[in-house]
Design a protein around this ligand. Structure first.
Ligand SMILES: NC(=O)c1ccc[n+]([C@@H]2O[C@H](COP(=O)([O-])OP(=O)(O)OC[C@H]3O[C@@H](n4cnc5c(N)ncnc54)[C@H](O)[C@@H]3O)[C@@H](O)[C@H]2O)c1
Length: 241
């Protein structure tokens, strides 16, 4: 039986995945490798920890790779503690912006020449929070709105180089990031009720959309912000007419 996890057009390609040691990033690494790509991971975890905030380390990695990078997936991200607007600390806001937004810009710039040489594809992970606000997550929400906006700018600026850039907006996905609040049954039931598909998402479902956008199957798509959210942003499913 054919391996259904293979996305066509990626065999022999070179990919860089940030946050590739856990959750959505790790699911992307698995799918890209199953599709025949060679994947380089940028993560704080693992034998060769690199932070996306460390531009010199990213430049050093770029110098070690070949002349082309076909795919860049930016899945590294952090979620600051929940806080309503009045209580957001500047430290939390700065730190999330530094990792989620500047970290994305850093990798795009560090691997930029190689992505242009390959006429490659960038997929940045935003969030459903980029599209619909969630309570007490103002600091995170702002960074994810910025990721979606930055992605559109990359799409416009680098179209002349044949580089495509898209963002994916996951809904509540079962990963280390969400582990703590997904232990709360009351929260999970409320969240499910809010989703037309009435369920949480698996990291592999987010990776499928990311790797599709990174592949030649999506050759005509650039600058989009694609929700993979079990319908969260489609609307309110539970109105009692
Ligand atoms: N899980 C969800 O429900 C959900 C929903 C919407 C968006 N997202 C986004 O998806 C992306 C992946 O999240 P996840 O749920 O897989 O989380 P995760 O915590 O499982 O994985 C995040 C990975 O990023 C790495 N990382 C964190 N800071 C880093 C840094 N400075 N440099 C390099 N690596 C760093 C971590 O070590 C980890 O391996 C994040 O951008 C997150 O904001 C997740």
């Amino acid at each position: 039986m054919a391996d259904t996890r293979v996305v066509p057009g990626l065999a022999g390609k070179t990919a860089v995945v940030t946050g590739g040691r856990s959750g959505i990033g790790r699911a992307c690494v698995e799918l890209l490798e199953a599709s025949g790509a060679t994947v380089h991971i940028v993560d704080m975890q693992g034998a060769d920890p690199i932070s996306v905030t460390d531009r010199p380390a990213l430049d050093a990695l770029a110098a070690k790779l070949g002349p082309t990078v076909d795919v860049l997936v930016n899945a590294a991200g952090i979620l600051p503690p929940n806080s309503f607007i009045d209580g957001i600390t500047v430290e939390d806001a700065r730190r999330s912006y530094e990792v989620n937004v500047i970290g994305t810009l850093n990798t795009v710039q560090a691997f930029g020449e190689q992505l242009k040489a390959a006429r490659g594809a960038i997929v940045n992970i935003a969030s459903q929070a980029a599209l619909v606000s969630l309570p007490a997550q103002g600091a995170y929400t702002a960074t994810k709105g910025a990721v979606a906006a930055l992605t559109r700018s990359i799409a416009v600026d680098w179209a002349e180089h044949g580089v495509r850039a898209n963002s994916v907006c996951p809904g509540f996905t079962i990963t280390a990031m969400t582990e703590e609040f997904l232990k709360n049954e009351v929260f999970v039931n409320a969240a499910k009720k809010r989703m037309p598909l009435n369920r949480l998402l698996e990291a592999s479902e987010i990776a499928a959309a990311i790797v599709f956008l990174a592949s030649p199957l999506a050759s005509g798509i650039t600058g989009v912000t694609l929700p993979v959210d079990a319908g969260w942003t489609a609307g309110e499913p539970a109105l009692p007419w």
